[in-house]
Write a protein that binds this ligand. Sequence first.
Ligand code: F6P
Length: 587
Amino acid sequence: MAAKKKTNRSSAAPSTKVATTSAQPAAPVVPAWHIEPDRTKAWKKLTALAKRGKKMDLRSAFAKDRTRGTKFAFDALGIHLDYSKNLVDTATMDALFALASECAVAKHMKAMFAGEAINLTENRAVLHTALRAPKNAVIKVDGRNIMPDVHGVLDRMEKFANAVRSGAWRGHTGKRIRTVVNIGIGGSDLGPVMAYEALKDFSERSIDCRYVSNIDGEDFYEKTRDLDPEETMFVVSSKTFTTLETMTNAQTARAWSLKKLKDPAAVAKHFVAVSTNGAEVSKFGIDTDNMFGFWDWVGGRYSMDSAIGLSTMIAIGPAGFRELLAGFHDMDEHFRTAPAKKNLPFIMALIGIWNRDFLGFETVAVLPYCQYLHRLSAYLQQLEMESNGKRVQLDGTPCRWQTSPVIWGEPGTNGQHAFYQMIHQGTSPVPCDLIAFAQPLHDVGAHHDILMANIFAQGEALAFGKTPAEVRAEGNPAWLVPHRTFPGNRPTNTLLCEKLSPRMLGRIIALYEHKVFVQGSIWRVNSFDQWGVELGKVLAKRIIPELSGPKSTAKSTSKSTTTSTSTSTHDSSTSALIAKYRALRGR
Ligand code: F6P
């Protein structure tokens, strides 16, 4: 079914103001099949099973069933997923599959792939899957096939990336572009940085890509201090082209460029834009011929495979980028067609729901045993927490269940020497995703076997621990026994992938995208809006003039709350902080 007509964002958006006079859009209708998870039979069953799950002992489970390590594991698309070291048994898995079925996840998935406006609060389709669909696919929004547009942009990106890579594209003074600086934040930064770092080995090393995201001027300063404006290209990436951080950094970049290049005409050679907002791009002074578009049916955190990936394409080349897209598409097809029991995103999502809602675990650590993936957990933080960090259901009623866990992590083995102590022996168990590649990109001495020994050892230690009897048998004094005991039963997924490549990265990222989808679907939240980021943005804009303007603009009031819109008043804490800052800056 085609998506409903797009509603103007400003009229659809809930206001952060105290009062508003503009007409409000009608409340979206949640399909009747999209039921609350805790009203299902499976939820009740899982609640009962959790009593046993909380006491489950993985040592005995593995001893009782010698096939457990292969029973709860399977391969798809060059990824081996072993979820046997979770606190699950067959009954739990069956109840989880029943939960997905009662919650009609498959129906919701079909609606997403078909371009229905499942982002209900913004009345938008959710079609990042179209970004990697083949040219001959037909996917409609408002009755129009969007695939020619998708491939049209890809072709333009390809032409541009080739020109920069080959040196055919020259700067204003005729020099080659040596550095591409992507200016963006959130989804317009995290995916491109993560992919650039992950695929460095596939990149054109004579072109350096850098990423400026933070409004903190130190970020811009450090990323540009050693660059020559004559050889530097800025890619201003912003879906809305109104984001304060990005627009401030872009203005600074223009001033930085023109300080040396002098001529405003130089902007055309040193600035390109990636956005859905042509009007704002023109206003900024970037020729829309140098703009690469995408569409409101691509969420920011689902956009690394859209034109937002322009810097990725420049780095790894158009062929590499198309391989990345092919990897995403492989996983889309797997997600769409594989039975739930052999479906990577389904299994990962259901295990996550079990850990979060039934066993009560509050965080998930993503631990790639691959240095190239060192930005993966930062990327997944936005993907998972901005998508499913919601407290109300699609119809606005409060969730009576837990939603997104906290996602965090660092590459192994570095993490082992930092926070694994807590994962092994702390009071809050942390389910972990352990990710590794069987084949290294560079077989340096014995490194890879040592790395892999570590990932396997960690999964083993977390699951099976070390009993007091074992500690005593090592000859430890009684007083030391509790300190050296490992409780075990700490859940892990192990993802053993064949080899890192653009295609494999696409598969891994799409796996997590769809995992988030299944979870959001069961939790009955809108995984595709992000109203929770608005209030802070509005308040910051209000405070800016109070920091630099005349003293009287910052007032304190005992009555006011931070959401007052009528005057610049704050609570006593915020007012005192502003006053202190002004004093420290001599204002
Ligand atoms: O932080 C909120 C957010 O809207 C993210 O969802 C988005 O990825 C980011 O800001 C950047 O937005 P834009 O691409 O419009 O600059």
